[in-house]
Write a protein that binds this ligand. Structure first.
Ligand SMILES: Nc1nc2c(ncn2[C@@H]2O[C@H](COP(=O)(O)OP(=O)(O)O)[C@@H](O)[C@H]2O)c(=O)[nH]1
Ligand SMILES: [Mg+2]
Length: 394
């Protein structure tokens, strides 16, 4: 429900400050006061507060504040949406023509709006689509910081997003970008930003971060809790894997198919060189392995990674892939040895596990060292036209 009419239409590009709140009656007034004294006072800003499902009168407090604050627009709804849906709906409801730039921050006062100028300074350089506030000092209980660290690390490995604080809820973005990414977020049931950052990275958007402070929360967290943590960890982990498969699933299947054909090349050549030409089998195997690497490289280049923007020379890619494939062989042998000799598994079961591990190694190392680009990503130079102008100071 819109509680206040839109402010006078203005031709100036405006910044939309977007903030979700749920059961924050005790602190929302001071949070808005602080925003008014900082960001709202210094820039052409409309502050959008999205409340749903509060039982403590947050909606009434917001209505009261809105009556005397023309730059504030409040939206409320009786049913609690949960953080991810509330954030997604909030971002998607902003008119990108009127508000070309969007600042998101949580409405619990943990982020300091004075840090906005740091985000803005970085944003104005035009190097990033999304500027994140990187929380330098987080004081959180261990039950929360450990799973969070694990998920952040995993996201770093899987998506290489270019920023560390992937769950930050303090972000300055082009509204179009924020909406394009938010529209795709669908798996994360608690966090939202973990998946948002992953998708933004997969979609080729540039994310950078600047250090911001992070204050101790007034009032309890509305999303997390000690007993919910195992479930949250499991569900968010699932969300990350799902998201990853959305972008990389077909590529992994292609990579595996090429691996299978490579194995056939090895077997065929081994037979031809030893069975037909009489070369000692270890020599044949070495030749066959190198030949299969060449074969697989050609297929990866032409098929598996055909859509990936190539940033280095063909020779460098080939050398990198060659090393990766040989290292993969070593990984396979070490895993086979470890499972068979140390864990005492049957050697064929060991080799099966070793193949799975070596496959994972090969894929990730190939993406890290040989085909490093993103599908269809454009080079930085071509993107320069997207430099944001937006946001003027008052
Ligand atoms: N609109 C809306 N806001 C929510 C909901 N859940 C949490 N929030 C708000 O989202 C922000 C972050 O929530 P918080 O409890 O601080 O999560 P934490 O910082 O991760 O512990 C706060 O401003 C909450 O009031 C929800 O279901 N709907
Ligand atoms: Mg919080």
């Amino acid at each position: 429900m819109e509680l206040q009419a839109a402010p006078e239409p203005s031709a100036r590009p405006q910044l939309a400050v977007v903030m979700p709140v749920h059961n924050e009656a005790a602190s929302v007034r001071s949070v808005i006061d602080e925003l008014s004294a900082t960001i709202v006072a210094a820039h052409a800003v409309t502050l959008f507060v999205f409340e749903d499902g509060s039982k403590d009168g947050t909606g009434e407090v917001l209505r009261e504040i809105a009556a005397s604050m023309p730059a504030l627009r409040v939206s409320t709804s009786p049913e609690r949406k949960g953080y991810p849906r509330a954030v997604r709906d909030a971002i998607l409801s902003i008119d990108p023509h009127k508000f070309p730039v969007l600042l998101f921050l949580d409405g619990d006062g943990q982020y300091d709006p004075r840090d906005f100028k740091r985000l803005l300074a970085e944003f104005r350089t035009g190097d990033a689509d999304i500027v994140n506030g990187y929380r330098t000092r987080r004081t959180e209980p261990l039950y929360r910081s450990l799973p969070s660290k694990f998920l952040r690390r995993l996201e770093g490995l899987l998506f290489n997003p270019g920023c560390k604080d992937v769950t930050s809820a303090f972000r300055l973005m082009r509204t179009e970008v924020a909406q394009a990414v938010a529209r795709e977020v669908r798996y994360s049931p608690y966090n939202f930003w973990l998946e948002f950052t992953a998708r933004a990275s997969s979609m080729g958007y540039r994310q950078v971060e600047v250090p911001v402070s992070y204050r101790v929360r007034e009032g309890a967290t509305k999303v997390y809790g000690l007993w919910k943590m195992p479930k949250i960890l499991r569900r968010e982990l699932g969300a990350l894997v799902h998201t990853w498969l959305d972008y990389h699933g077909p590529e992994v299947v292609r990579f595996a198919s090429v691996g299978l054909t490579g194995a056939l090349v090895i077997l065929g050549l081994l037979w031809a060189l030893t069975g037909v030409a009489g070369i000692p089998y270890l020599v044949s195997a070495a030749l066959a392995i190198e030949a299969s690497i060449l074969w697989a490289f050609a297929l990866h280049e032409r098929w598996t990674f055909r859509r990936i923007a190539k940033s280095q020379s063909l020779v460098r890619r080939f050398l990198a892939y060659n090393l990766v494939a040989l290292a993969g062989l070593a990984v396979n042998l070490v895993a086979l040895f470890a499972f068979t000799e140390l864990v005492r598994m049957f050697y064929l079961v060991s080799e099966f596990l070793a193949i799975v591990i070596a496959f994972g190694f090969n894929y990730f190392a190939s993406r890290r060292f040989a085909w490093t680009g993103r599908p269809g990503a454009t080079s930085r130079g071509e993107d320069r036209t997207r430099v944001p102008k937006g946001i003027e100071d008052d």
